[in-house]
Design a protein. Structure first.
Length: 77
């Protein structure tokens, strides 16, 4: 079983956290290392809200699993 309920666990399991603002139709990526460095590493993902930098709306979160690699090629899912 893979546990990815905090920012530290996302980093440990090589997951990413994408952020989507519906009003702006804009995607971004959370800087997980910065969140851990500022003391938020053990914060539960389910209790964390992000706001869009452009319009201030609360954004949707999307977990992104590690991208498989074959040699030097990158596989996409």
């Amino acid at each position: 079983m893979i546990q990815v309920s905090t920012f530290e666990e996302l980093i440990r399991q090589h997951y990413g956290l994408a952020l989507y603002c519906m009003p702006c139709n804009r995607w971004g990526e959370a800087d997980l290392n910065e969140l851990v460095e500022t003391g938020l590493g053990s914060r539960p993902l389910s209790e964390t809200r992000f706001r869009c930098r452009d319009c201030g709306a609360i954004v949707e979160k999307q977990l992104r699993p590690p991208v498989p690699r074959l040699g030097t090629a990158v596989g996409y899912i």
